[in-house]
Design a protein around this ligand. Structure first.
Ligand code: C5P
Length: 484
Protein backbone atom coordinates (compact mmCIF):
# COMPACT_ATOMS: atom_id res chain seq x y z
CA UNK A 1 0.00 0.00 0.00
CA UNK A 2 1.28 3.50 -0.83
CA UNK A 3 1.80 5.91 2.05
CA UNK A 4 0.98 9.58 1.95
CA UNK A 5 3.30 12.28 3.35
CA UNK A 6 1.20 15.28 4.27
CA UNK A 7 4.27 17.53 4.41
CA UNK A 8 4.77 16.98 0.66
CA UNK A 9 1.26 18.07 -0.36
CA UNK A 10 0.56 21.42 -2.10
CA UNK A 11 0.55 24.44 0.19
CA UNK A 12 -3.13 25.15 -0.56
CA UNK A 13 -4.11 21.59 0.34
CA UNK A 14 -2.02 21.75 3.52
CA UNK A 15 -3.66 25.03 4.53
CA UNK A 16 -7.09 23.62 3.85
CA UNK A 17 -6.31 20.50 5.88
CA UNK A 18 -4.82 22.50 8.72
CA UNK A 19 -7.85 24.80 9.00
CA UNK A 20 -10.35 22.01 8.64
CA UNK A 21 -8.64 19.72 11.15
CA UNK A 22 -8.23 22.55 13.67
CA UNK A 23 -11.91 23.42 13.32
CA UNK A 24 -12.93 19.80 13.79
CA UNK A 25 -10.40 19.30 16.59
CA UNK A 26 -8.76 16.36 14.87
CA UNK A 27 -5.18 15.74 13.91
CA UNK A 28 -4.46 16.39 10.24
CA UNK A 29 -3.90 12.66 9.73
CA UNK A 30 -7.29 11.83 11.28
CA UNK A 31 -8.92 14.54 9.15
CA UNK A 32 -7.51 12.96 5.99
CA UNK A 33 -8.92 9.61 7.10
CA UNK A 34 -12.35 11.20 7.65
CA UNK A 35 -12.26 12.85 4.22
CA UNK A 36 -11.35 9.57 2.53
CA UNK A 37 -14.04 7.69 4.45
CA UNK A 38 -16.64 10.30 3.49
CA UNK A 39 -15.57 10.13 -0.16
CA UNK A 40 -16.03 6.37 -0.17
CA UNK A 41 -19.38 6.66 1.60
CA UNK A 42 -20.39 9.40 -0.89
CA UNK A 43 -21.08 12.12 1.71
CA UNK A 44 -18.16 14.47 1.49
CA UNK A 45 -18.28 17.78 3.29
CA UNK A 46 -18.14 21.10 1.38
CA UNK A 47 -14.63 22.16 0.41
CA UNK A 48 -14.53 25.24 2.60
CA UNK A 49 -13.39 24.57 6.15
CA UNK A 50 -15.72 27.27 7.47
CA UNK A 51 -18.78 25.45 6.18
CA UNK A 52 -17.81 22.26 7.99
CA UNK A 53 -20.31 21.32 10.68
CA UNK A 54 -18.95 21.43 14.26
CA UNK A 55 -16.81 18.55 15.42
CA UNK A 56 -19.45 17.05 17.64
CA UNK A 57 -21.87 16.45 14.79
CA UNK A 58 -19.40 15.78 12.00
CA UNK A 59 -17.17 13.34 13.80
CA UNK A 60 -18.98 10.26 12.57
CA UNK A 61 -16.46 7.62 13.71
CA UNK A 62 -16.38 8.98 17.25
CA UNK A 63 -20.15 9.24 17.38
CA UNK A 64 -20.70 5.67 16.34
CA UNK A 65 -18.62 4.44 19.25
CA UNK A 66 -19.84 6.81 21.98
CA UNK A 67 -23.47 7.01 22.96
CA UNK A 68 -23.53 10.79 23.36
CA UNK A 69 -22.08 13.87 21.71
CA UNK A 70 -19.02 15.12 23.66
CA UNK A 71 -19.59 18.33 25.62
CA UNK A 72 -16.01 19.03 26.69
CA UNK A 73 -12.54 17.92 25.82
CA UNK A 74 -9.52 16.94 27.86
CA UNK A 75 -5.90 16.43 26.92
CA UNK A 76 -4.78 13.58 29.18
CA UNK A 77 -1.04 13.34 29.78
CA UNK A 78 -0.06 9.91 31.04
CA UNK A 79 3.21 9.90 32.93
CA UNK A 80 5.54 6.96 33.50
CA UNK A 81 4.51 5.18 36.66
CA UNK A 82 2.82 1.94 37.60
CA UNK A 83 -0.40 3.93 38.25
CA UNK A 84 -0.60 4.50 34.48
CA UNK A 85 -2.83 1.41 34.31
CA UNK A 86 -5.50 3.39 36.20
CA UNK A 87 -5.41 6.02 33.45
CA UNK A 88 -6.93 3.50 31.07
CA UNK A 89 -9.96 3.38 33.36
CA UNK A 90 -9.82 7.19 33.66
CA UNK A 91 -10.27 7.50 29.87
CA UNK A 92 -13.46 5.43 30.13
CA UNK A 93 -14.73 7.42 33.12
CA UNK A 94 -14.18 10.71 31.30
CA UNK A 95 -15.89 9.47 28.15
CA UNK A 96 -18.89 8.33 30.23
CA UNK A 97 -19.15 11.97 31.30
CA UNK A 98 -19.30 13.09 27.65
CA UNK A 99 -15.71 14.26 27.64
CA UNK A 100 -13.59 13.78 24.52
CA UNK A 101 -10.13 12.57 25.53
CA UNK A 102 -6.91 13.02 23.56
CA UNK A 103 -3.97 11.26 25.13
CA UNK A 104 -0.29 12.02 25.30
CA UNK A 105 2.10 9.36 26.56
CA UNK A 106 5.55 10.20 27.88
CA UNK A 107 8.38 7.90 26.88
CA UNK A 108 8.34 6.35 30.36
CA UNK A 109 4.55 5.89 30.26
CA UNK A 110 4.97 3.60 27.26
CA UNK A 111 6.80 1.17 29.54
CA UNK A 112 3.56 0.73 31.48
CA UNK A 113 0.72 1.12 28.93
CA UNK A 114 0.83 0.86 25.18
CA UNK A 115 -0.29 3.58 22.72
CA UNK A 116 -2.48 0.91 21.13
CA UNK A 117 -4.47 0.30 24.33
CA UNK A 118 -4.82 4.03 24.95
CA UNK A 119 -5.92 4.68 21.38
CA UNK A 120 -8.45 1.83 21.50
CA UNK A 121 -10.06 3.30 24.62
CA UNK A 122 -9.93 6.96 23.62
CA UNK A 123 -10.93 6.31 19.97
CA UNK A 124 -8.34 8.91 19.01
CA UNK A 125 -4.78 8.79 17.81
CA UNK A 126 -2.25 8.90 20.64
CA UNK A 127 0.54 11.48 20.76
CA UNK A 128 4.00 10.52 21.96
CA UNK A 129 6.60 12.57 20.14
CA UNK A 130 7.40 16.30 20.24
CA UNK A 131 9.08 16.06 16.87
CA UNK A 132 6.40 14.00 15.14
CA UNK A 133 6.54 15.46 11.59
CA UNK A 134 2.89 14.68 10.85
CA UNK A 135 1.36 16.52 13.76
CA UNK A 136 4.11 19.11 14.19
CA UNK A 137 3.89 20.67 10.74
CA UNK A 138 0.85 22.52 12.12
CA UNK A 139 2.30 22.94 15.64
CA UNK A 140 0.50 19.92 17.08
CA UNK A 141 1.76 20.46 20.62
CA UNK A 142 0.19 23.92 20.65
CA UNK A 143 -3.14 22.48 19.53
CA UNK A 144 -2.96 19.76 22.17
CA UNK A 145 -2.22 22.46 24.74
CA UNK A 146 -5.07 24.78 23.76
CA UNK A 147 -7.74 22.92 21.78
CA UNK A 148 -9.13 21.43 24.96
CA UNK A 149 -11.00 22.63 28.03
CA UNK A 150 -8.70 21.04 30.60
CA UNK A 151 -5.38 19.24 30.83
CA UNK A 152 -5.20 16.26 33.18
CA UNK A 153 -1.86 14.73 34.14
CA UNK A 154 -2.31 11.20 35.54
CA UNK A 155 -0.10 9.85 36.84
CA UNK A 156 1.80 13.05 37.54
CA UNK A 157 5.20 11.63 38.42
CA UNK A 158 7.79 13.44 40.56
CA UNK A 159 9.71 14.09 37.36
CA UNK A 160 6.72 15.63 35.51
CA UNK A 161 5.92 17.82 38.55
CA UNK A 162 9.53 19.01 38.63
CA UNK A 163 9.51 19.79 34.91
CA UNK A 164 6.22 21.67 35.12
CA UNK A 165 7.25 23.62 38.24
CA UNK A 166 10.45 24.72 36.54
CA UNK A 167 9.16 25.36 33.03
CA UNK A 168 10.99 22.61 31.14
CA UNK A 169 9.84 21.69 27.64
CA UNK A 170 12.10 18.92 26.41
CA UNK A 171 9.40 16.42 25.48
CA UNK A 172 5.82 16.55 24.21
CA UNK A 173 4.17 16.36 27.65
CA UNK A 174 6.23 19.15 29.22
CA UNK A 175 5.98 21.30 26.06
CA UNK A 176 2.17 21.03 26.18
CA UNK A 177 2.11 21.93 29.88
CA UNK A 178 4.31 24.96 29.25
CA UNK A 179 2.31 26.09 26.22
CA UNK A 180 -1.17 25.76 27.69
CA UNK A 181 -3.52 28.47 28.84
CA UNK A 182 -5.99 25.92 30.20
CA UNK A 183 -6.51 24.75 33.77
CA UNK A 184 -4.25 21.85 34.73
CA UNK A 185 -5.37 19.01 37.02
CA UNK A 186 -2.54 16.94 38.46
CA UNK A 187 -2.99 13.46 39.93
CA UNK A 188 0.39 12.77 41.56
CA UNK A 189 1.60 9.21 42.01
CA UNK A 190 4.96 8.29 43.48
CA UNK A 191 6.74 6.55 46.29
CA UNK A 192 6.02 8.16 49.73
CA UNK A 193 9.69 9.11 50.16
CA UNK A 194 9.65 10.89 46.79
CA UNK A 195 6.39 12.66 47.71
CA UNK A 196 7.87 13.80 51.04
CA UNK A 197 11.18 14.82 49.56
CA UNK A 198 11.92 18.51 50.05
CA UNK A 199 12.31 19.04 46.28
CA UNK A 200 8.84 17.57 45.56
CA UNK A 201 7.35 19.63 48.42
CA UNK A 202 8.82 22.77 46.87
CA UNK A 203 7.58 21.84 43.40
CA UNK A 204 4.06 21.06 44.61
CA UNK A 205 3.87 24.36 46.52
CA UNK A 206 5.07 26.22 43.42
CA UNK A 207 2.54 24.46 41.18
CA UNK A 208 -0.29 25.33 43.55
CA UNK A 209 0.83 28.96 43.54
CA UNK A 210 0.82 28.80 39.74
CA UNK A 211 -2.84 27.73 39.78
CA UNK A 212 -2.58 23.99 39.15
CA UNK A 213 -5.21 21.86 40.91
CA UNK A 214 -4.14 18.68 42.68
CA UNK A 215 -6.21 15.57 43.30
CA UNK A 216 -4.58 13.20 45.77
CA UNK A 217 -2.29 11.45 46.22
CA UNK A 218 -4.02 9.04 48.58
CA UNK A 219 -2.30 7.04 51.25
CA UNK A 220 -2.08 3.26 51.18
CA UNK A 221 -0.05 0.33 49.95
CA UNK A 222 2.54 1.00 47.26
CA UNK A 223 3.25 -1.24 44.30
CA UNK A 224 6.65 -1.90 45.89
CA UNK A 225 6.29 -4.82 48.32
CA UNK A 226 6.00 -3.76 51.95
CA UNK A 227 5.87 0.00 51.28
CA UNK A 228 2.97 2.18 52.36
CA UNK A 229 2.27 5.87 52.86
CA UNK A 230 1.10 8.90 50.92
CA UNK A 231 1.73 8.59 47.19
CA UNK A 232 -0.94 6.34 45.66
CA UNK A 233 -2.64 7.96 42.69
CA UNK A 234 -6.32 8.78 43.29
CA UNK A 235 -8.80 6.33 41.82
CA UNK A 236 -9.97 6.96 38.25
CA UNK A 237 -13.44 7.89 39.44
CA UNK A 238 -12.05 10.49 41.88
CA UNK A 239 -9.94 12.06 39.13
CA UNK A 240 -12.87 12.04 36.68
CA UNK A 241 -15.08 13.73 39.31
CA UNK A 242 -12.40 16.37 39.97
CA UNK A 243 -12.11 16.97 36.21
CA UNK A 244 -15.87 17.31 35.94
CA UNK A 245 -15.94 19.89 38.75
CA UNK A 246 -13.38 21.96 36.82
CA UNK A 247 -15.11 21.48 33.47
CA UNK A 248 -18.59 22.16 34.77
CA UNK A 249 -18.31 24.21 37.95
CA UNK A 250 -21.56 24.31 39.95
CA UNK A 251 -23.62 27.38 39.09
CA UNK A 252 -24.19 29.62 42.13
CA UNK A 253 -27.86 29.63 43.13
CA UNK A 254 -28.11 32.38 45.75
CA UNK A 255 -31.92 32.48 45.63
CA UNK A 256 -32.41 28.72 46.12
CA UNK A 257 -35.38 28.13 48.44
CA UNK A 258 -36.82 31.64 47.86
CA UNK A 259 -40.14 32.42 46.18
CA UNK A 260 -40.07 35.44 43.91
CA UNK A 261 -43.17 37.05 42.40
CA UNK A 262 -42.84 39.30 39.36
CA UNK A 263 -45.41 41.27 37.38
CA UNK A 264 -44.66 42.23 33.78
CA UNK A 265 -46.12 43.67 30.62
CA UNK A 266 -49.02 46.02 30.08
CA UNK A 267 -52.61 45.47 31.09
CA UNK A 268 -55.50 45.67 28.66
CA UNK A 269 -58.58 47.40 30.03
CA UNK A 270 -61.64 46.54 27.93
CA UNK A 271 -63.84 49.26 26.44
CA UNK A 272 -66.13 46.71 24.79
CA UNK A 273 -65.62 43.10 23.60
CA UNK A 274 -63.22 44.21 20.81
CA UNK A 275 -61.52 47.39 22.07
CA UNK A 276 -59.27 48.09 25.00
CA UNK A 277 -57.03 50.72 26.62
CA UNK A 278 -53.38 49.67 26.63
CA UNK A 279 -49.83 51.03 26.80
CA UNK A 280 -46.55 50.39 24.98
CA UNK A 281 -44.91 48.12 27.58
CA UNK A 282 -43.25 45.09 25.91
CA UNK A 283 -42.77 43.07 29.11
CA UNK A 284 -39.09 42.47 28.20
CA UNK A 285 -37.67 43.85 31.46
CA UNK A 286 -40.03 41.85 33.70
CA UNK A 287 -39.45 38.66 31.70
CA UNK A 288 -35.68 39.16 31.91
CA UNK A 289 -35.96 39.56 35.70
CA UNK A 290 -38.02 36.36 35.91
CA UNK A 291 -35.38 34.46 33.90
CA UNK A 292 -32.54 35.87 36.01
CA UNK A 293 -34.29 35.02 39.30
CA UNK A 294 -34.98 31.50 38.03
CA UNK A 295 -31.32 31.11 37.04
CA UNK A 296 -30.38 32.25 40.54
CA UNK A 297 -32.34 29.30 41.93
CA UNK A 298 -35.59 30.99 42.95
CA UNK A 299 -39.06 29.56 42.51
CA UNK A 300 -40.53 32.23 40.23
CA UNK A 301 -44.15 33.16 39.62
CA UNK A 302 -44.54 35.61 36.76
CA UNK A 303 -47.89 37.35 36.36
CA UNK A 304 -47.91 38.81 32.88
CA UNK A 305 -50.23 41.02 30.92
CA UNK A 306 -50.60 40.46 27.15
CA UNK A 307 -47.09 40.32 25.62
CA UNK A 308 -45.44 38.86 22.57
CA UNK A 309 -42.76 36.91 24.44
CA UNK A 310 -42.11 33.22 25.12
CA UNK A 311 -42.59 32.07 28.71
CA UNK A 312 -39.16 31.86 30.41
CA UNK A 313 -38.12 28.27 31.09
CA UNK A 314 -38.74 26.92 34.57
CA UNK A 315 -40.99 29.83 35.56
CA UNK A 316 -44.67 29.54 36.49
CA UNK A 317 -46.42 32.07 34.26
CA UNK A 318 -49.95 33.34 34.89
CA UNK A 319 -51.30 35.16 31.86
CA UNK A 320 -53.83 37.89 32.54
CA UNK A 321 -55.45 40.75 30.65
CA UNK A 322 -56.62 43.40 33.08
CA UNK A 323 -55.28 45.03 36.25
CA UNK A 324 -57.96 43.37 38.37
CA UNK A 325 -57.02 39.93 37.03
CA UNK A 326 -53.36 40.76 37.71
CA UNK A 327 -54.13 41.68 41.32
CA UNK A 328 -56.08 38.45 41.76
CA UNK A 329 -53.16 36.32 40.54
CA UNK A 330 -50.65 38.29 42.62
CA UNK A 331 -52.71 37.75 45.77
CA UNK A 332 -53.07 34.04 44.96
CA UNK A 333 -49.26 33.74 44.70
CA UNK A 334 -48.60 34.98 48.25
CA UNK A 335 -46.69 34.37 50.45
CA UNK A 336 -43.44 35.17 48.66
CA UNK A 337 -39.99 36.30 49.81
CA UNK A 338 -39.60 38.98 47.16
CA UNK A 339 -42.15 40.77 44.98
CA UNK A 340 -41.03 42.80 41.97
CA UNK A 341 -43.68 44.89 40.22
CA UNK A 342 -42.37 45.60 36.74
CA UNK A 343 -45.77 45.66 35.00
CA UNK A 344 -47.05 48.84 33.41
CA UNK A 345 -50.49 48.57 34.94
CA UNK A 346 -53.14 50.81 33.45
CA UNK A 347 -54.11 53.42 36.03
CA UNK A 348 -57.73 53.55 34.86
CA UNK A 349 -60.30 51.24 33.39
CA UNK A 350 -63.62 51.94 31.71
CA UNK A 351 -66.42 51.97 34.25
CA UNK A 352 -69.20 51.41 31.75
CA UNK A 353 -67.60 48.62 29.68
CA UNK A 354 -69.88 47.87 26.73
CA UNK A 355 -71.35 44.37 26.63
CA UNK A 356 -71.61 44.69 22.84
CA UNK A 357 -69.35 46.51 20.39
CA UNK A 358 -70.01 50.23 20.74
CA UNK A 359 -71.53 51.71 17.58
CA UNK A 360 -70.93 55.06 15.99
CA UNK A 361 -74.09 57.08 16.42
CA UNK A 362 -75.27 60.46 15.27
CA UNK A 363 -75.19 61.47 18.95
CA UNK A 364 -71.38 61.61 18.76
CA UNK A 365 -68.73 59.76 20.73
CA UNK A 366 -69.89 57.31 23.39
CA UNK A 367 -69.25 58.71 26.86
CA UNK A 368 -66.42 56.66 28.40
CA UNK A 369 -66.24 56.95 32.14
CA UNK A 370 -62.95 55.96 33.72
CA UNK A 371 -62.46 54.60 37.21
CA UNK A 372 -59.17 54.04 38.96
CA UNK A 373 -57.67 50.57 38.92
CA UNK A 374 -56.42 48.98 42.13
CA UNK A 375 -52.77 49.82 42.74
CA UNK A 376 -51.30 46.33 42.97
CA UNK A 377 -47.90 47.42 44.29
CA UNK A 378 -49.36 49.65 47.00
CA UNK A 379 -51.93 47.00 47.98
CA UNK A 380 -49.24 44.34 48.49
CA UNK A 381 -46.69 46.70 50.10
CA UNK A 382 -49.25 47.76 52.69
CA UNK A 383 -50.47 44.29 53.63
CA UNK A 384 -50.40 43.71 57.36
CA UNK A 385 -49.89 39.96 57.35
CA UNK A 386 -48.62 38.60 54.05
CA UNK A 387 -46.40 41.55 53.04
CA UNK A 388 -43.33 40.10 51.30
CA UNK A 389 -40.08 40.96 53.16
CA UNK A 390 -38.78 42.79 50.05
CA UNK A 391 -41.16 44.72 47.79
CA UNK A 392 -39.76 46.42 44.69
CA UNK A 393 -41.61 48.78 42.37
CA UNK A 394 -40.72 50.36 39.05
CA UNK A 395 -41.11 53.99 38.12
CA UNK A 396 -41.25 54.73 34.43
CA UNK A 397 -41.06 58.49 34.13
CA UNK A 398 -40.65 60.99 31.35
CA UNK A 399 -39.57 63.90 33.60
CA UNK A 400 -38.18 64.59 37.11
CA UNK A 401 -37.20 60.94 37.25
CA UNK A 402 -35.48 60.71 40.64
CA UNK A 403 -37.84 63.06 42.51
CA UNK A 404 -40.93 61.34 41.16
CA UNK A 405 -39.46 57.94 41.96
CA UNK A 406 -38.66 58.97 45.55
CA UNK A 407 -42.16 60.20 46.20
CA UNK A 408 -43.55 57.05 44.58
CA UNK A 409 -41.48 54.90 46.93
CA UNK A 410 -42.84 56.77 49.95
CA UNK A 411 -46.42 56.86 48.68
CA UNK A 412 -46.65 53.21 47.71
CA UNK A 413 -44.81 51.87 50.76
CA UNK A 414 -42.33 49.67 48.86
CA UNK A 415 -38.69 49.09 49.79
CA UNK A 416 -36.97 49.90 46.51
CA UNK A 417 -37.92 51.63 43.29
CA UNK A 418 -36.20 50.92 40.01
CA UNK A 419 -36.56 54.22 38.17
CA UNK A 420 -36.13 54.53 34.42
CA UNK A 421 -36.55 57.33 31.95
CA UNK A 422 -39.04 56.21 29.32
CA UNK A 423 -39.29 59.43 27.33
CA UNK A 424 -39.49 58.48 23.62
CA UNK A 425 -35.93 59.64 22.87
CA UNK A 426 -34.49 56.91 25.18
CA UNK A 427 -36.06 54.04 23.18
CA UNK A 428 -36.60 52.13 26.45
CA UNK A 429 -40.26 51.33 25.76
CA UNK A 430 -40.13 48.22 23.58
CA UNK A 431 -36.34 48.52 23.20
CA UNK A 432 -33.59 46.22 24.49
CA UNK A 433 -31.62 48.65 26.66
CA UNK A 434 -32.38 50.43 29.87
CA UNK A 435 -30.76 53.06 32.10
CA UNK A 436 -31.97 52.68 35.65
CA UNK A 437 -31.51 54.15 39.11
CA UNK A 438 -32.09 52.00 42.15
CA UNK A 439 -33.71 54.07 44.90
CA UNK A 440 -34.15 52.83 48.43
CA UNK A 441 -34.70 54.07 51.93
CA UNK A 442 -31.39 54.33 53.74
CA UNK A 443 -31.02 51.80 56.53
CA UNK A 444 -32.03 53.41 59.82
CA UNK A 445 -32.61 56.75 58.08
CA UNK A 446 -35.45 59.15 58.81
CA UNK A 447 -38.40 59.33 56.42
CA UNK A 448 -37.47 61.17 53.28
CA UNK A 449 -33.83 60.06 53.21
CA UNK A 450 -33.01 57.92 50.22
CA UNK A 451 -30.05 56.16 48.68
CA UNK A 452 -29.79 56.51 44.89
CA UNK A 453 -27.63 54.09 42.93
CA UNK A 454 -27.38 55.04 39.22
CA UNK A 455 -26.41 52.22 36.87
CA UNK A 456 -24.83 52.68 33.46
CA UNK A 457 -26.84 51.94 30.31
CA UNK A 458 -27.26 48.18 30.05
CA UNK A 459 -29.30 45.61 28.18
CA UNK A 460 -32.52 44.63 29.93
CA UNK A 461 -30.94 41.22 30.63
CA UNK A 462 -27.98 42.89 32.35
CA UNK A 463 -30.30 45.10 34.40
CA UNK A 464 -32.18 41.95 35.40
CA UNK A 465 -29.01 40.10 36.44
CA UNK A 466 -27.77 43.12 38.40
CA UNK A 467 -31.11 43.59 40.15
CA UNK A 468 -31.34 39.90 41.04
CA UNK A 469 -27.77 40.02 42.40
CA UNK A 470 -28.75 42.95 44.66
CA UNK A 471 -31.89 41.09 45.71
CA UNK A 472 -29.92 37.92 46.49
CA UNK A 473 -27.39 39.77 48.65
CA UNK A 474 -30.07 41.74 50.45
CA UNK A 475 -32.35 38.78 51.10
CA UNK A 476 -29.42 36.93 52.65
CA UNK A 477 -28.45 40.02 54.71
CA UNK A 478 -32.09 40.51 55.82
CA UNK A 479 -31.67 44.26 55.28
CA UNK A 480 -33.97 46.35 53.12
CA UNK A 481 -31.30 48.62 51.74
CA UNK A 482 -29.70 47.08 48.63
CA UNK A 483 -26.50 45.38 49.73
CA UNK A 484 -23.67 46.43 47.45
O1 C5P B 1 -47.96 54.86 39.63
P1 C5P B 1 -47.08 54.24 38.62
O2 C5P B 1 -47.83 53.48 37.57
O3 C5P B 1 -46.02 55.11 38.05
O4 C5P B 1 -46.26 53.16 39.52
C1 C5P B 1 -45.38 52.29 38.98
C2 C5P B 1 -45.20 51.09 39.86
O5 C5P B 1 -46.42 50.73 40.46
C3 C5P B 1 -44.78 49.90 39.06
O6 C5P B 1 -44.00 49.08 39.89
C4 C5P B 1 -46.10 49.26 38.71
O7 C5P B 1 -45.95 47.88 38.45
C5 C5P B 1 -46.90 49.49 39.96
N1 C5P B 1 -48.33 49.63 39.74
C6 C5P B 1 -49.20 48.66 40.17
N2 C5P B 1 -50.53 48.81 40.00
C7 C5P B 1 -51.02 49.91 39.42
C8 C5P B 1 -50.18 50.91 38.97
C9 C5P B 1 -48.84 50.74 39.13
O8 C5P B 1 -48.74 47.64 40.68
N3 C5P B 1 -52.34 50.03 39.28
Amino acid sequence: MASLTIRKLDDAVKTYLRLRSAKNRRSVEEEVRVILRELIEGREEPLTPFAVPPAASSSAPTQQRTSAVPEASVTLIIGGGIAAYKSLDLIRRLKERRVEVRCVLTKAAQQFVTPLAVSALSHERVYTDLFDPQSEFDAGHIRLARDCDLIVVAPATADLLAKLANGHADDLASAILLATNRKVLLAPAMNPLMWNNAATRRNVAQLQRDGAVLIGPNSGEMAEAGEAGIGRMSEAIEIANAAERLLRPPVPRPLAGKRVLITAGPTHEPIDPVRYIANRSSGKQGFAIAAAAQAAGAEVILVSGPVDLDDPQGVTVKHVESARQMLEQVQAALPVDVAIFAAAVADWRVANEGEQKLKKTSAGMPPLQLVENPDILATIAKLADKRPPLVIGFAAETEHLIDNAKSKLARKGCDWIVANDVSPATGVMGGDRNTVHLISRKNGAKDGEFAVDSWPVMTKEQVAIELVAHVARTVTDKSREPAS
